[in-house]
Write a protein that binds this ligand. Structure first.
Ligand code: B3K
Ligand code: ZN
Length: 894
């Protein structure tokens, strides 16, 4: 396999000032004619530099240079590209190729979905469309002509503005699109086929109108309202919070059922997985609604952070992704807090923060501890598609968030302004972003810099922070130590600059004490402490009365904090911390300790931590001040993935599942009456459904209570779930009820069949149906999940060709159902390996995602490691293994 290194970056020889593309669209054989105007960048040696174009799986018809046909001695054609030996200082290159969109099951480049044409070019899909310098630092002006049959493909779209439209005869029609902005090829898009749209005109900041459209296949218009609203909110939010306006006359979203990931920010023509567009009460859960809003926001925000300023090379991916995730997280938080008073808004924002940190801990921490660990700005890759990771995205967003914490909102926004002033229209690096933030910081604080902070870009691994303290004579000495375990290629790492947001909570009053550092106070900025050394002590003064430190408030850095809090401290923080995130986190810590105790003591529940967990839940249930959204989160136990990762030793995921279930059942029995009360107070069948943050959190809490009720109960409680299913007028309640029935009740409840029949024409609901069955845990003894998954693979509605469907069974089973996947028979791994191997030939990118299922196999108990290795090796030795899957499995086996 070829490894690409960040240090090998070389600027291109040529720029392509203008790109004209003409597509004659035909599903089995599409003609792509390009006309590239190129100029050499070099002054000194202009004529001899070859023009290097990427290209894969293209049938080359002809090449013309300045109007003259080139014979094959003037260029070199390989399996990966075309090099024009002596193109001259500048000129016009015309190339004609043919491609086969309907054979494209990889869904990269131009492909056909349900008869319609779509493209996906990021990261390197454009080279599957035509020969071109397919690298993000070549920015060109695109003019696109689309020719298609009017009967089959009446709508044809590309980036920018529609400048011409006409009939051509013989049933053909053409549209011509001009994108006013320079862009790299990865932001190119085209869509053609049968579509209908919902549209609206809005006013831009400069008073000019902009046309917004959401395009879907016929029959789906009733699912587009929410996406359109989300788009309008995103536009308003970016203008008010970031002072960034829509720069286009036309902004389109198109939904397709066949898509490798969530969505794509192509300039002016975003292409979305239907999963992140379609939303109506019948079909979408509250979580789906929330996701639609956040992904619509994310792609829209890319228009500035990604498109106006793009990446120099793919090692810089986090430049746009980390920043844009940070922006979409802030957008969602602001939307959740909209219209609430200050205290409620704080708690609503904390709910969003908790949700984001849960994802980070469940998915990114394991990645950072495993064979695929990489810095947010990787140093090397074999297949770039494997680096669209939770590290680049979510940890990348944390690294931006830390800069926001260090600078504060005002200076951070100043840094954004400097960033755009310097780099609008350019392809730049992560360093350029930090540089802009550093300039903003130093305008106010010339003595500060982000020098050490930059390690967050270059070092992988989750730092561990140890915190201990002594309080005496009115002073509290806080000692912090940091350590980051080795990751592939990085044995030891210099200390990180870790912003520790903190407070000292007065035990008597529950109030925060003022923060004052003894002596040199330059490490404290407001309530944020700069922790910069391997070991560091800070003495705080003015603390006469006993306090409990609350550290890393709001999760101010992506680290694992091991604090010296004892059980009483944690119970106190769970009830009194003035930082809602840390209140939640104190609950999680106790639950985690309790589950580990139960795990280590083979099911015993008489330990002190278990008692503390029971006490905490009792306190939470009594606290009338808590919002439903917060309470719903605080009552939920840490996920199995997070638990496995937090245990320092080899683990048995099946036993861990049972330990977690034991605590859940104990809590459920202890507080059955309270859960019933919560449930009944919030279960209002017949009330019309509305999606908004408040109503959604009511439903969330209600359904958490339902899960506890069912966990502790017998038939009566299952009947509560059955009744909720029967009365449901929305997907949130329907799915919550059904998942309790399927996960905790007898095999094949009638509701499962009813659900399939009701929604058999709605692909996204059918995905949910598969997913529910693939996630039945080992603790449900009446279901043989593995057997059921094998049967479901043969279901007429199942196909590995559709990524959503493949994920609904395979990812659900291998990544969201540890107690079955890691079953001691090894059958789970074998089934997973079969499917990865099959998917490898269909869609390498999706296969490589699924292949991550055993990333953490060396953390398993020896017997499981042995079965895991066997399957990993079986995959690795498969013929025609794609580079995508090879990289993932190869690194796991290394
Ligand atoms: N930028 C795209 C992801 C492309 C993934 C290519 N393998 C979506 C996003 O992050 O918004
Ligand atoms: Zn993105």
């Amino acid at each position: 396999p070829i490894t690409f290194f960040r240090k090998d970056y070389k600027a291109p020889n040529h720029r392509i000032s203008r790109t004209d593309l003409t597509f004659t669209l035909n599903p089995s054989r599409t003609k792509v004619a390009s006309r590239l105007q190129f100029q050499s960048w070099s002054e000194s040696n202009p004529d001899n530099l070859p023009l290097e174009l990427d290209g894969e799986d293209l049938e080359l018809e002809q090449v013309l240079l300045n109007g003259e046909k080139l014979d094959a001695t003037h260029y070199t054609q390989t399996a990966t590209g075309l090099t024009i030996h002596k193109p001259g200082r500048e000129g016009v290159l015309e190339i004609t190729v043919y491609i086969q969109p309907d054979q494209n099951t990889r869904l990269e480049g131009l492909y056909v979905s349900n008869g319609n044409f779509f493209t996906q070019c990021e990261a390197q899909g454009f080279r599957r469309i035509t020969y071109f310098p397919d690298r993000p630092d070549v920015l060109s002006q695109f003019m696109v002509t689309l020719i298609a049959h009017e009967a089959t493909h009446p709508v044809s779209l590309s980036n920018g503005n529609l400048v011409e439209e006409k009939k051509l005869g013989e049933g053909l029609h053409m549209t011509r699109w001009e994108d006013p902005f320079l862009k790299p090829a990865y932001l190119f898009a085209l869509v053609a086929g049968q579509f209908v749209c919902q549209e609206e005109t809005v006013q831009k900041g400069n008073g000019q109108p902009a046309l917004l459209q959401v395009w879907v296949e016929p029959g789906n218009l009733d699912k587009t309202d929410f996406a359109m609203q989300s788009l309008k909110k995103s536009i308003d939010w970016d203008r008010t919070r970031f002072n960034l306006d829509l720069d286009l006359d036309r902004f389109m979203i198109v939904a397709t059922a066949d898509f490798n990931m969530g969505a794509m920010e192509n300039k002016g023509l975003n292409i979305f997985n239907t999963k992140f567009v379609f939303a109506n009460p019948e079909l979408a859960t509250d979580v789906d609604f929330e996701n639609v809003e956040s992904v619509v926001g994310h792609e829209y925000f890319h228009n500035w952070t990604g498109n106006r300023v793009t990446c120099r090379d793919w090692f810089q991916l986090s430049l746009k992704e980390g920043l844009t995730v940070f922006r979409d997280q802030e957008f969602s938080a602001d939307m959740m807090a909209e219209g609430l008073d200050v205290a409620q808004a704080d708690s609503a924002r904390a709910v969003k923060r908790i949700e984001d940190v849960k994802v980070l801990r469940a998915a990114q921490f394991p990645e950072d501890a495993g064979p695929m660990a990489h810095p947010i700005r990787p140093d090397s890759y074999q297949e770039i598609n494997n680096f669209y990771t939770v590290t680049v995205y979510e940890k990348g967003a944390e690294v931006i968030r830390m800069q926001h914490t260090l600078l504060g909102e005002t200076l951070f926004q100043r840094g954004m302004q400097i960033y755009f002033d310097r780099h609008d229209g350019q392809a730049v690096t992560c360093e350029d972003f930090v540089g802009a933030m550093e300039t903003a910081l130093q305008e106010e604080h010339p003595e500060l810099d982000l020098k050490q902070f930059r390690h967050w870009y270059s070092q992988a691994g989750t730092p561990e922070v140890l915190a201990s303290w002594k309080q005496a004579n009115g002073e509290l000495e806080l000692t912090l130590k940091q350590n980051c375990r080795p990751t592939p290629g990085q044995a030891s790492k210099p200390a990180f600059h870790i912003p520790v947001k903190l407070g000292f909570v007065d035990v008597a009053t529950g109030r925060d004490m003022p923060l004052a550092l003894k002596g040199d106070s330059s490490a404290l900025h407001g309530d944020v402490l700069d922790f910069t050394q391997a070991s560091q002590s800070f003495v705080f003064t003015g603390l006469d009365k006993p306090v409990v430190p609350s550290l890393l408030r709001g999760f101010s850095a992506p680290v694992v904090l091991q604090s010296a809090h004892n059980t009483d401290d944690l119970i106190f923080l769970a009830g009194h911390d003035n930082d809602p995130f840390n209140r939640w986190d104190a609950c999680q810590k106790i639950y985690g300790k309790a589950i580990l105790d139960i795990y280590l003591q083979r099911g015993q529940t008489d330990g002190a931590n278990t008692q503390a967990a029971v006490q905490i839940v009792g306190n939470l249930l009594k606290d009338t001040q808590l919002s439903d959204g917060f309470l719903a989160l605080a009552l939920q136990l840490p996920g199995e993935g997070t638990l496995l990762e937090s245990f320092d030793g080899l683990v048995d995921p099946v036993a861990m599942h049972f330990a977690r279930t034991t605590l859940r059942d104990l809590l459920a029995c202890t507080y059955a009456a309270d859960f019933k009360g919560i449930y009944e107070a919030r279960h209002t069948p017949g009330q019309p459904y509305e999606y908004n943050a408040v109503a959604a959190s009511q439903r969330a809490l209600k359904n958490v209570a339902l899960a506890y009720l069912v966990a502790a109960g017998g038939d009566d409680e299952l009947n509560v779930a059955k009744a909720q299913y029967a009365a449901a007028n929305n997907m949130t309640d329907r799915m919550a009820a059904l998942s309790n029935l399927v996960h905790n009740g007898p095999a094949n409840p009638p509701e499962l069949a009813e659900f399939f029949e009701r929604f058999s024409k709605e692909a996204l609901a059918v995905d949910k149906w598969f997913m529910l069955q693939a996630t039945v845990p080992a603790s449900n003894e009446s279901v043989d999940t593995l057997g059921m998954v094998s049967e479901l693979l043969k279901h007429p509605s199942f196909t590995l060709k559709n990524p959503n469907r493949a994920r609904s069974l395979l990812a659900a089973f291998a990544m969201q159902n540890p107690s079955v996947f890691h079953s001691h028979s090894g059958e789970g791994y074998a089934l997973w390996a079969d499917l990865v191997i099959e998917l490898n030939t269909i869609n390498p990118q999706v296969a490589a995602r699924m292949a991550r299922g055993l990333d953490r196999w060396t953390k398993l108990v020896p017997a499981l490691q042995e079965s895991a290795r066997k399957q990993l090796e079986r995959i690795f030795n498969t013929e025609k293994l794609s580079p995508d899957v090879r990289e993932v499995i190869g690194k796991a086996l290394d």
